[in-house]
Design a protein around this ligand. Sequence first.
Ligand SMILES: *[C@@H]1O[C@H](CO)[C@@H](O)[C@H](O)[C@H]1NC(C)=O
Ligand SMILES: *[C@@H]1O[C@H](CO)[C@@H](O)[C@H](O)[C@H]1NC(C)=O
Ligand SMILES: *[C@@H]1O[C@H](CO)[C@@H](O)[C@H](O)[C@H]1NC(C)=O
Ligand SMILES: *[C@@H]1O[C@H](CO)[C@@H](O)[C@H](O)[C@H]1NC(C)=O
Ligand SMILES: *[C@@H]1O[C@H](CO)[C@@H](O)[C@H](O)[C@H]1NC(C)=O
Ligand SMILES: *[C@@H]1O[C@H](CO)[C@@H](O)[C@H](O)[C@H]1NC(C)=O
Ligand SMILES: *[C@@H]1O[C@H](CO)[C@@H](O)[C@H](O)[C@H]1NC(C)=O
Ligand SMILES: *[C@@H]1O[C@H](CO)[C@@H](O)[C@H](O)[C@H]1NC(C)=O
Length: 832
Amino acid sequence: TMVQVSLHCLCFLTLYLATGYSQERKFSGPLEPMTFSIFEGQEASQVIFQFKASPPAVNFKLTGETDGIFQIQPDGLLYHNKALDRETRAVHKLQVSALDAQGTVVEGPVPITIEVKDINDNRPTFLQKKYEGSVRQNSRPGKPFMYVNATDLDDPATPNGQLIYEIVIQLPKINNIMYFQVNNKTGAISLTLDGSRALDPSKNSNYNLVVSVKDMGGQNENSFSDSTSVDIVVKENIWKKPEPVEIFENSTDPHPIKITQVQWNEPGARYILVDKEKLPRFPFSIDQEGVIYVTQPLDREEKDSYVFYAVAKDEAGQPLSYPLEIRVKVKDVNDNPPTCPSAVTVFEVQENENIGSNIGTFIAHDKDEENTANSVLVYRIVDQVPALPKEGLFLVQTYSGVFQLAEQSLKKQDTPQYNLTVEVADKDFKTLCHVQIHVIDINDQIPIFEKSDYGNLTVAEDTVVGSTILTIQATDGDEPFTGSSKILYRITQGDSDGRLGVDTDPQTNAGYVIIKKPLDFETAAIHNIVFQGENPEPLVSGVNYNSSSCATFKLIVTDVNEVPEFSQRVYQAKVSEDVAVGTKVGNVTARDPENLDISYSLGDNRRGWLKINPVTGEISTVAPLDREAESVYRVQVVATEVGGSSLSSTAYFHLTLLDVNDNPPRLAKDDPGLFLCHPLQATGTVIFEATDDDQQSFRGPRFDFSLGSDMLQNTWEVSSINGTHAKLRTKHTDFEERVYNIPIRINDRGQPPLEGIVSLPVTFCKCVEGSCFRAAGRQSGMPTVGMAVGILLTTFLVIGIILAVVFIRIKKNEGKANVESAQASEAQPLKN
Ligand SMILES: *[C@@H]1O[C@H](CO)[C@@H](O)[C@H](O)[C@H]1NC(C)=O
Ligand SMILES: *[C@@H]1O[C@H](CO)[C@@H](O)[C@H](O)[C@H]1NC(C)=O
Ligand SMILES: *[C@@H]1O[C@H](CO)[C@@H](O)[C@H](O)[C@H]1NC(C)=O
Ligand SMILES: *[C@@H]1O[C@H](CO)[C@@H](O)[C@H](O)[C@H]1NC(C)=O
Ligand SMILES: *[C@@H]1O[C@H](CO)[C@@H](O)[C@H](O)[C@H]1NC(C)=O
Ligand SMILES: *[C@@H]1O[C@H](CO)[C@@H](O)[C@H](O)[C@H]1NC(C)=O
Ligand SMILES: *[C@@H]1O[C@H](CO)[C@@H](O)[C@H](O)[C@H]1NC(C)=O
Ligand SMILES: *[C@@H]1O[C@H](CO)[C@@H](O)[C@H](O)[C@H]1NC(C)=O
């Protein structure tokens, strides 16, 4: 805001500068360069500034772009006498000079700048009262197709010159939907999304808009406005997907070949193709006219249709519109010959097939398009090998490939196999395929026995199971080694118990009659056997087995005195090893098939522990038993017929002896080789092990150890380590260099508990490097230390004798050289 002052009021004024900040400022001052901002259109005769003259200056002069508006009085008062107009001149460049009385410039000229500030004193005006434009159907929304343009003389840097465009009317307008939009700053007119979708020149091609423009950003109620009329013609969109294209495959024309075209609504678009199928090979291209080409021959058998997209882009690479779908169908040409289903197709035909019977269907293939002339196949037999008994035995139906017997039934005896050549043709190609026809024998012959009665056969009842007692033979005229000629012999009468069976020789069809279960004179002495010969394959209808397929024989079973039979092969019993003599431990029973009496006896009764009652078969003990000698006592039991031929048979009796604790514990080794070094430096300890011959629990034996004599209490001490091992410790160090035999008491924890007192030998000897070094008696032929040790350990008694000798010798040879001793006797290091 500027405070207005009158020319007559030359007091101090306060100026508020238009720069926005207020500053108290003198209304007068010395001559110096200054800039003033003054709104345009203000009342005339406004004081701008009072320059103060300083001597000798007495007068001022104003020059420059005064436009007759700015004046300065001789006393230095600068003012304008008319309203300013920014649109005429926005900045006035003035110069003020101070003059002396003679009119000579004494100061200046000094530049004084007057900036004319804008007020909204101009209306916006459209450059045209009426605009005309056109737009393509389906144009991209927001893409300008025309501009309206208004001008405003006011300062564009201020709201006064800032214009806002707006569509106020769209005609026609259906459902209140705007098809057009204007950029409120640039006046660019474009389609809305709705417009892009809905505009259709075939329905309505002419639209009229009224567009307004307002200054002051349209925000101020004092803004000015103008409006213009815009006529828009909607034109057809030529960016349309082309008709689907059909291309013949395997084309020999030079490629690329034009197949279709797309076109953007305006020139200058750039076209590309997009393959959304991600094909390994994409045989299409587009040029910058929008012409689409196929670049290489297509193969319908590889891919019979393509779908891809054409995109139009602007200079900046932005899509101008939606992509167009291009459809290409690959049309078939007959470029594939028919193929045979396999190298050789085999059909089988039975001997007795009737004329016209279907033998099989021969189907060849053609990769060309189905149900077209390119793949319709025609069949023809062109050759038959052999031509026996005549040509043309077979025919094939022209289109279906069904093979039939044409002339007569076939006989395998004549020709077992035919080789046919079949021509398969499509429109242009012919392929030769091979068909083999196998003639199959049918089961039209029955087995015929060489004779119908095999007579009488006498067999002892004890004949071994598995024995062959008779060979029978029938023959079958069908093809050998097939189910039609193989003969299975079935016994239809005389063997209800299934004691006999017949095995067929696969080569000769001979039948071996075999005993499958023992014969029994007592049950059946005479069997009238009837055999039936049959094929595994059923007979063809009209042929039946008759009596020639049957044979008979009479089996006469003779009686044999048979051995007694035990009820079991092995009898088992268990008894405690300490049972009293005479205890019954088991029984056996045998029966004679001829019902003779039986007498029992024992065999292999090595220890003589058992006896058997010859009449009852009861077995009892006759001596004490010892599990430790024999934990399972096995004897034979013999049953012998009383009278008759005294046949006998044998079974086994196994008597398991249950343990009783009847063995005292003992040392695990007779000589454990224990020693202590003499002279004893400190109390010494040896470890020994005990064992027991009785059966032990699975946790192993558990023994208790103690000294066997109270008199040794002051010399020795025994303590258990675990169930089997104990420690013997000396209580002082005063021992002689000899063997001490320490009585040790070992108790087991058996039932009943037993105690053993053992003598544990401990040797006190001179030690060399931790080994006991003692001389042994001279033994010829005993060069090695190890063998000597082995012998030493054989018996405690021997050791005792040897040690006695050693002691005597040591005493005698005291003081003599060790060399002599080593030569004379063997060194005996016992490893610790
Ligand atoms: C509008 O008209 C003015 C003056 O003719 C011109 O300077 C300006 O570029 C035009 N604006 C448009 C968007 O055409
Ligand atoms: C002009 O248009 C812009 C977006 O196109 C919008 O943000 C702005 O508010 C509009 N101004 C007026 C005054 O309508
Ligand atoms: C094209 O046709 C020729 C003969 O007509 C054929 O030999 C060739 O295999 C065909 N090519 C394809 C890809 O089908
Ligand atoms: C039919 O062909 C096969 C081989 O293809 C041959 O082994 C056989 O001997 C031929 N049969 C006749 C009757 O020619
Ligand atoms: C076979 O034995 C029966 C009696 O079982 C007898 O009548 C018949 O004569 C005998 N046949 C021959 C051939 O020995
Ligand atoms: C059984 O049939 C065959 C032919 O299948 C015939 O040769 C034979 O004579 C017939 N036998 C009887 C007993 O009828
Ligand atoms: C024979 O021993 C079995 C057990 O092995 C027993 O059941 C049966 O009674 C005994 N028979 C006689 C006659 O002792
Ligand atoms: C008992 O102790 C001896 C000596 O320590 C050892 O060798 C043996 O393995 C032990 N036996 C058991 C069953 O632990």
